[in-house]
Design a protein around this ligand. Sequence first.
Ligand code: UTP
Length: 297
Amino acid sequence: MTDHSLRKPVRKAVFPVAGLGTRFLPATKAIPKEMLPIIDRPLIQYAVDEAREAGIEQMIFVTGRGKTAMVEHFDNAFELEATLRERGKALDALEPTRIQPGNLVAVRQQVPLGLGHAIWCARAIVGNEPFAIILPDELMIGAPGCMKQMMEAYNEVGGNLISVLEVPHEKVSNYGVIAPGEKRDGFGGTLTEVNGLVEKPKAEEAPSNLIISGRYILQADVMRTLENQEKGAGGEIQLRDAMAKMIGHQPFHAVTFNGRRFDCGSKVGFVEATLALALERPDIGEAVRAMASRLLR
Ligand code: UTP
């Protein structure tokens, strides 16, 4: 494969949203975790907005049973719109939920066999193109957004990219980290060659304090690797194992995200995101600040 073929434009993003969301039960019994709102926008909306900002055209949702609300969210809502119009109410709030006809595709992961398996379920739609992956329960807030920063790096180096964040060294054992190679500045951020991926290392053995976050740009070859992938940690088909096999065969870089990450798959992270974003909102920030300091007194 020539280097040129590893720089094809990235037009598609896969959103793996078929997980069971057990940490949020019973809230997630009938509603997907990705439909839980941070203030007034569901997590999936933040993820789609981030993809759009990065120039992605086609959104591919890998869904499971009971997840149709997400597809509905991005569909036209004739009755609601008609009622709002009748009552003279603005429709602006619905604007971000509009996706060009044909640009939202949903595929099913019948059994949640792991993140790697979820990505593989999108193989027919991804085809032979590089593609982005966005995990909506990791909320990445930055200007520009995380995927846009990654796309700028991709335009420079092509190949495969993952997004990483620096954490204090003693915290690495909760995360996957990269074994770093050469580092360089470019595209307005830091790019690090990836020599390996290590899952939850002991702090004293960790090769770096750069934790892997839920944003990727991968070449379609990863689908072939996933095809024959054995089950890994937790009895699940792991995306990380498939990526590890590509390192050394294709360019693989990490982009240090210049922004904030909230782990909205955990309850504390979800509350933190809600509070942090609410405090910054011009419409409610002041009232929330007063309320929070009253509660803390
Ligand atoms: P998580 O590990 O957060 O799992 O998956 P989960 O099932 O959503 O949540 P908990 O741990 O039970 O509370 C990370 C991402 O991968 C997707 C999830 O939807 C989430 O976006 N995923 C995971 C799948 O799409 N399919 C799977 O088989 C596993």
